[in-house]
Design a protein around this ligand. Structure first.
Ligand code: IMP
Ligand code: MG
Length: 183
C-alpha cells in the first residue's frame, strides 16, 4: 500500500465499521472471565503475536483477574505457491523457558491458519504444560490448513479488516474498532 498523504485519504479507505468498540470490550470481558475461571491457580503465560495482537493483548490481560505473565513473539511466514507446510520465521522469540507454563497464544486474526499452525507446532515442541489459542477474529472460510482456535471472539466473513491492531500497509492499527477496508 502506498503512503497515505491526507486524513481524507485515510478516512476514505474505511468502508464501514464491522465491530464497534463496545462490542469488542464486552467480548473481551467475557473471554477474560472464562480464562480466569478455567486457569485459576495455574502458572499462565499469555503469548501475543506482534504486531497485530498488541492491542488485544493489552485489553485481554486487564480482564484476567488471576496471576498471569505476558510475553511477545514476532513471526513472519513464507510459503511457496500453495504449499501449506510453510516455514515460520521468528523475528523475535520468547525469552522464557515455557515448560513450566500453561501457555495461551493471543492472536489478532486467523486467516489461512498457516502462521498459527506453525507457531503452535513450534511452541508444542518446547513442552508447555498446556497450549491454547485465543483469537479476536476468525475467518474460517479462508482456511488452507486444518486449524481451529480454542476460543474466537468474533467469526467474520471473508472481508479484509483493519483497526484495533490490524493493519493495511502498517496503517489503521490505531482505529479503536474493527472496520472493513475499502479495497
Ligand atoms: P494466516 O492465518 O497465516 O493466513 O495469517 C494470519 C495473519 O495475516 C494475521 O496475523 C494478520 O497479520 C494477517 N491478516 C489476515 N487477514 C487479515 C485482515 O483481514 N486484515 C489484516 N491482517 C490480516
Ligand atoms: Mg498477526
Amino acid at each position: 500500500m502506498d503512503e497515505i498523504k491526507s486524513v481524507e485519504e485515510f478516512n476514505r479507505n474505511i468502508k464501514r465499521v464491522l465491530i464497534t468498540e463496545d462490542e469488542i470490550k464486552a467480548a473481551i470481558k467475557e473471554a477474560g472471565k472464562k480464562i480466569s475461571d478455567s486457569y485459576d491457580g495455574k502458572p499462565i503465560l499469555l503469548v501475543s503475536i506482534l504486531n497485530g495482537a498488541f492491542i488485544f493483548m493489552a485489553d485481554l490481560c486487564r480482564e484476567i483477574t488471576v496471576p498471569c505473565e505476558i510475553a511477545f513473539m514476532c513471526a513472519k511466514s513464507y510459503y511457496k505457491g500453495t504449499d501449506s507446510s510453510g516455514i515460520v520465521n521468528i523475528t523475535m522469540d520468547l525469552e522464557q523457558d515455557i515448560s513450566g507454563y500453561h501457555v495461551i497464544i493471543v492472536e489478532d486474526i486467523i486467516d489461512t491458519g498457516r502462521t498459527l499452525n506453525d507457531i503452535v507446532n513450534l511452541l508444542k515442541a518446547r513442552n508447555p504444560l498446556s497450549l491454547k489459542v485465543v483469537t479476536l477474529l476468525d475467518k474460517p472460510s479462508r482456511r488452507l490448513v486444518d486449524f481451529e482456535p480454542d476460543m474466537s471472539l468474533f467469526v467474520i466473513e471473508d472481508h479484509f479488516v483493519i483497526g484495533y491492531g490490524l493493519d493495511c500497509g502498517e496503517y489503521y492499527r490505531n482505529l479503536p474498532y474493527i472496520a472493513e477496508f475499502n479495497q
